[in-house]
Design a protein around this ligand. Structure first.
Ligand SMILES: Cc1cc2nc3c(=O)[nH]c(=O)nc-3n(C[C@H](O)[C@H](O)[C@H](O)COP(=O)(O)OP(=O)(O)OC[C@H]3O[C@@H](n4cnc5c(N)ncnc54)[C@H](O)[C@@H]3O)c2cc1C
Length: 376
């Protein structure tokens, strides 16, 4: 690529217009960075808009700005989805509309319908290839999320299953008997909505996530989910199969044969539902990050690539030591850290972000409370 083909140059390109991309773009603007663009392959909030109709946030929203605490589902200081949506557990579509409203309110420079195909080094800068043009940036923030990159592999015949990320509505799925493989949040959510419409469901997991006693909802099921599992329709309609690893799925004479590691065989008419998590978009930029032993990108204390300075990661794939930042209230803690690092690199005064600290947001370190605590 020669520099002659470059359409435009920016101080920062943010890739992805979900909760992470919009949140970090607002922090970047608060830091005084003007020459920025956010590239979004569909529309702002596209992943949330694609959630099954019935799926709701498990983290509750509650207005708390008046006492200087952010709503758990807020991505920006002073913003509360509880206040704007007036729903405690919003649906994905409601939250997508909320993100679109915020993007407008903060007048973020967003280019929708722009899919990023590749990010490469270009001297000290980056080239960002989209389907139509090549852009240049001093800094890139990768915030393309996980939802649109589901984990489809894992056992023989997994391609015959249907990932829950591709289900528009559980109400509209044909059939009255289902198998759900994967018993964490998405799997229980699928089983719950199917049970509500009186379908019988077998919920399989290689472990037993329903009994995990950790206090961290990144590891154990949320309280919202535990409550739903205690409802009569769930107890009546859903059969739990803990410690049951599925080895293969085959299609024989119009029936799906689901075989477990211990030889148990289950036959079902509909494709089994796969709720095995997400591969994540970071695989598109895997060559620009070192890898941790768990496969996630290795990050500096500013969430920057340790291989290629200037490239940052934002969103649920952020990991530091044993901290998993997979919920909005967790990964938003990193927005100001990234914005401060980029502002400093551009020679801007980082004190513009000081008020983030007053809202309990991190600015420059990893500690959640400054001391060892049970939650850490
Ligand atoms: C069923 C379900 C329930 C959940 N419930 C909760 C909850 O209650 N509370 C909570 O905090 N979290 C919850 N989460 C997690 C939360 O949804 C994610 O953490 C969040 O969506 C991540 O935001 P993001 O901006 O990183 O990714 P996304 O929301 O996926 O945004 C990424 C954006 O990038 C765009 N994009 C992707 N690839 C490209 C590309 N190559 N070029 C340009 N743009 C691209 C996409 O179109 C998308 O708009 C849930 C997740 C699921 C699946």
């Amino acid at each position: 690529m020669s520099s002659g083909n470059i359409a435009k140059s920016y101080d920062v390109i943010v890739i992805g217009g979900g909760a992470a991309g919009i949140g970090v773009a607002i922090a970047l603007r608060h830091a005084g960075i003007e020459n920025i663009v956010l590239l979004e392959r569909h529309i702002v909030g596209a992943s949330f808009a694609l959630w099954p109709d019935e799926t709701r946030f498990i983290t509750p929203s509650f207005p708390s700005n008046s006492v200087g605490m952010l709503d758990l589902n807020s991505i920006a200081i002073g913003v509360s989805p509880a206040y704007s949506i007036e729903v405690e557990h919003p649906t994905g579509k409601q939250y997508a509309a909320h993100l679109q409203g915020i993007a407008k309110f903060f007048e973020l420079p967003i280019q929708e319908e722009t899919s990023v195909l590749r990010v490469t080094n270009y001297g000290d800068d980056f080239l960002v290839d989209t389907a139509n043009e090549t852009l240049r940036a001093k800094h890139v923030v990768w915030a393309a999320g996980e939802f649109q990159y589901p984990q489809l592999k894992g056992f023989q015949g997994s391609e015959l299953c249907r990932h829950t990320a591709t289900v528009p509505s559980y109400e509209e799925l044909e059939g009255d008997k289902f198998i759900v493989i994967g018993g964490y949040e998405s799997g229980v959510d699928a089983a719950y909505h199917l049970a509500h419409r009186k379908a019988r469901v077998g919920l399989f997991d290689s472990g037993c996530p329903w009994k995990d006693e950790s206090s961290d909802p990144s590891v154990a099921l949320s309280v919202y989910t535990q409550q739903r599992m205690r409802e009569k329709c769930f107890l009546d309609q859903v059969g739990l199969h803990p410690e049951t690893t599925i080895n293969s799925v085959t299609l024989e004479n119009g029936l799906y044969h689901v075989t477990a590691h211990d030889g148990q065989l289950f036959r079902i008419q509909n494709p089994p539902l796969l709720a095995g998590g997400f591969e994540g978009s970071h695989r598109l930029v895997a060559d620009l990050f070192e890898k941790r032993s768990d496969g996630f990108p290795l990050l500096s204390e500013h969430d920057e690539s340790t291989l290629v300075p200037g490239l940052f990661l934002c969103g649920p794939a952020v990991r530091h030591d044993n901290h998993v930042f997979c919920f909005i209230y967790k990964y938003r803690q990193r927005f100001a850290v990234v914005a401060k690092a980029i502002a400093t690199s551009l020679g801007l005064p980082a004190n513009a972000l000081e008020n983030y600290r007053q809202w309990g947001m991190y600015l420059d370190d990893l500690s959640c409370c400054g001391e060892e605590c049970a939650a850490c």
